[in-house]
Write a protein that binds this ligand. Structure first.
Ligand SMILES: Cc1ncc(COP(=O)(O)O)c(C=O)c1O
Length: 366
């Protein structure tokens, strides 16, 4: 068969080990998974109650034009419905953007390390991927501008960035947008938007009238605690959304997800509670790192990147044996670091004890 050439160098997505699998192998009664930046508090109880009694017609295709969720999101974010596109997770929107704009002969610019799906989709489309290294965990936007040429179609900005956790400061982001040619789509992936507490952060939705070539991606998978439902959304100018909508599969979001997300949006108290609790727990990670003289990057998300004085794969393995699944940075482009989802107070207590014990066994006195 005549497969796209890019596929020969690719491997399918390899999910991390499941809690059940680790539990069986090590015979540990309880496994804590702090690996995928899910919400440790789950979804709002109001969503669960609602779904138990919701009357969803399983035999009918989901609403695809302007489902009530699109209207609700427009209301919440202060834009027109025509400025919103829904996706099967924000992953789907990354694919849609790539399909719509990338092809052989085009190029796309992104930081490294970052969320791998931008490069993955770009390569499938045959586009040239230009990766600009973060400098000490910070965006080097001048390098981004230098990398732009006539072939550039999409620029990816992940903020807070996964796996480093830091924000691109709003002032820098706006100045950058002023300099990017208006024919290039700039994607602001804000999967962790709801967790941001930095008071200098400006919501980029307010910039859309000035920069119609900006699209903001958000998701119900993180703070809303609905990763299983697969629902993300994009906010941009109606002209951009109209083009992307041509590429979107008509029934890319399902009725259960639309209903759950609609109810979840109504419970902003739950989101505020998660944001606040996450910020308290994130501070505890900083305190733990300081007490053990480990480097940690400033995070505005619900995960942190923490350096360990040993091989990160080995540290991840030792933590797994103690019941904590986290992500080794070796495969995330941050060798020697661990990416850990900020859990509940109890989960974090356990994680801190496990890592402290491993450090002590290794003679790391801090
Ligand atoms: C930065 C970023 N973007 C997008 C996604 C995809 O999220 P989803 O497809 O669940 O909306 C993730 C998931 O981890 C992420 O970290």
């Amino acid at each position: 068969m005549n497969w796209k050439p890019a596929l020969s160098a690719m491997k399918p997505y390899k999910p991390g080990r499941s809690a059940e699998d680790v539990q069986k192998e090590y015979g540990i009664p309880k496994i804590e998974k702090l690996a995928s930046n899910e919400n440790p508090y789950g979804c709002a109880p109001s969503v669960r109650n609602y779904l138990e009694n919701a009357h969803i017609q399983y035999e009918i295709y989901p609403e695809t034009g302007t489902p009530p969720l699109r209207t609700a999101l427009a209301g919440l974010t202060g834009v027109e419905e025509s400025a919103i596109i829904l996706g099967n997770g924000s992953d789907d929107l990354i694919t849609i953007i790539s399909r719509a704009l990338l092809a052989p002969g085009t190029s796309t610019i992104m930081p490294v390390p970052t969320f791998p799906q931008y490069a993955h989709n770009a390569r499938i489309e045959g586009a040239e991927v230009r990766e600009i290294p973060l400098e000490d965990g910070v965006y080097a936007l001048d390098r981004f501008l230098e990398a732009i040429d006539d072939t550039t179609a999409v620029i990816w900005i992940c903020t807070p960035n996964n796996p480093t956790g830091g924000l691109l400061p709003s002032v820098e982001f706006r100045e950058f947008l002023e300099k990017v040619p208006s024919g290039i789509l700039v994607v602001a992936d804000e999967a962790y938007f709801e967790y941001i507490t930095d008071s200098s952060y400006e919501n980029p939705v307010g910039w859309l009238s000035r920069f119609p070539n900006l699209i903001i991606l958000r998701t119900f998978s993180k703070a809303y605690g609905l990763a299983a439902f697969r629902l993300g959304y994009g906010i941009s100018s109606p002209a951009v959304i109209a083009q992307l909508t041509k590429v979107r599969n008509p029934f890319n979001t399902n009725s259960l997800a639309l209903a759950a997300a609609g109810r979840a949006l109504e419970d902003q108290d739950f989101i505020a509670h998660c944001r606040q609790e996450n910020a308290v727990q994130r501070t505890r990670f900083r305190q733990f790192a300081a007490a053990h003289k480990l480097r940690i990057l400033p995070s505005e998300a619900n995960f942190v990147l923490l350096e360990v004085p040993m091989d990160a794969d080995e540290a991840a393995d030792l933590l797994m044996q103690r019941g904590y699944i986290i992500r080794s940075g070796n495969l995330l482009g941050t060798p020697g670091w661990l990416r850990v989802t900020v859990g509940t107070a109890t989960q974090n207590d356990g994680f801190f004890s496990a890592l402290a014990a491993i450090l002590e066994e290794r003679g790391h006195t801090g």
